[in-house]
Structure formats: C-alpha cells, structure tokens
Design a binder for this molecule. Structure first.
Ligand code: CA
Length: 226
C-alpha cells in the first residue's frame, strides 16, 4: 500500500484515479491546484505523485521544479495530453520519473506506478548504503554520488540513475534501448538522442575514456582506465 498524491484539476479524471487506486489498495489525496500540490508533495507525506500539466494556480512543470528544488526525491509521474511530448522531455530534465498520455488505460498507469514505487523504495533503502567501486570511481548508493579519486562529483538525479546502470554492469556493453528503459522507464521515440546526450554529460564528470562507445552496439563502462 502506498500514499499517492493526485494533482489533477479535472474532477472526472481525479475521481477515476482515486477509485482505481483505492481499489488497488493505495491511499490517495486529490488536490486540483498546482501551487497546493507542489507545497504538499513531500517525501515524508507521500510515496508517489501523479501530476497533471495544465493546472490552475501553478502549472505542472513549475510545480515539479519546485518539488525537486526542495530536494524531494519521491517519484513523480506526469499525466500528459497527446501533443505535449516536448513538455514531457523537459519534464524528464526537470526531474519527472515517467509519464502517461491521456487517455490512458488504468492498468497501464498502475503498472508504471508499481515500477516507480519499487524504484522509490530502493532509493530510500539506499540509506543503508552500499558502494560500488569501478576503476578510480566509487559510487555510493546511499548518498547517490560518485567519487573520483576521493573527490565527490556533482550529479543530477538522471545522471546518477544512468551512472548506476553502468556501475552495476562494468565491462558490459549496454544498448541505448537498455539504458532508456532502465533510466527513463518507457518507450521513448527510438530516434531520440536523450541517452547519448546524458552519456555525454556523464563523460564530462568521469575520468576520460571510462565510458566507451561500442560502435553499432551501445556503451560500456571500462573497469579500468589506462
Ligand atoms: Ca488539467
């Protein structure tokens, strides 16, 4: 059972979500105003947020930025309308974990919620902390940081999530599709270069040559740097 905050101003959708999630054993709270949603979306109050984009008070994207700016890490799933994909991509950069396009099937939404809740539980269990060491780098799952030769490098949420996949599979070739589904958690447009963009960000923060491009296949984290 999870505590789910629904930030949605269309009463019909909100009550549809409320009853479906209630039947699935979750407790829910509905707010229709973006400003109020942003204010109460806190890690200690909820396990997950469903966030509409078009909202009175404060739009969904701004609400999301406020939530992340406060350092909350709870999973946020954006409810988006068709044709809002550009906004959705911005949403990932600003800290959304997943999105569903309206109209959606409830089962699909519930499946995504389940994945994100597992993910969120792993994040908070990370307080127990383990360290993965690869070459000169140490990834700390508790602090969600990487140190290179003992110096902590600053990572965004998304960069950390991507780094974690690499550090869990050192020496293995990971395809773009694998990285996309592990880090972004949905079928992105295969023509999208979001993985390459983020690998580029990560490369700038790790020792040179640590993330290798394997032509026609994907990327690989080298277990040592020569
Ligand atoms: Ca709306």
């Amino acid at each position: 059972m999870a505590r789910i905050l629904i930030v949605e101003d269309e009463a019909g959708i909100a009550s549809f979500l409320e009853s479906g999630l209630g039947a699935a054993g979750h407790t829910t709270m509905v707010v229709a105003d973006g400003r109020e949603g942003a204010a109460i979306a806190r890690d200690d109050a909820f396990d997950l947020v469903l966030l509409d984009l078009g909202l009175p008070g404060l739009d969904g994207m701004s609400a999301l930025r406020q939530i992340r700016a406060r350092g909350e890490t709870l999973p946020v799933i954006i409810l988006t309308a068709r044709g809002e994909l550009d906004t959705t991509i911005t949403g990932f950069r600003d800290g959304a974990d997943d999105y569903v396009t309206k109209p959606f099937r409830f089962e699909e939404l519930l499946a995504r919620i389940t994945v994100r809740l597992d993910d969120g539980a792993r994040r908070s269990r990370g307080a127990g902390t383990s360290t993965i060491e690869v070459g000169p780098c140490q990834l700390d799952t508790g602090a969600r940081t990487i140190s290179v030769d003992g110096r902590v490098v600053d990572l965004s949420n998304r960069e950390y999530a991507l780094a974690l996949v690499f550090f869990e599979h050192p020496g293995q070739v990971l395809t773009r599709e694998q990285l996309l589904s592990r880090v972004w958690g949905y079928d992105f447009d295969p023509g999208s270069n979001v993985v390459d963009v983020y690998v580029g960000y990560l490369r700038k923060k790790l020792p040179a040559g640590m993330i290798e491009t394997v032509r026609g296949a994907g990327y690989r984290l080298r277990s040592s740097v020569e």
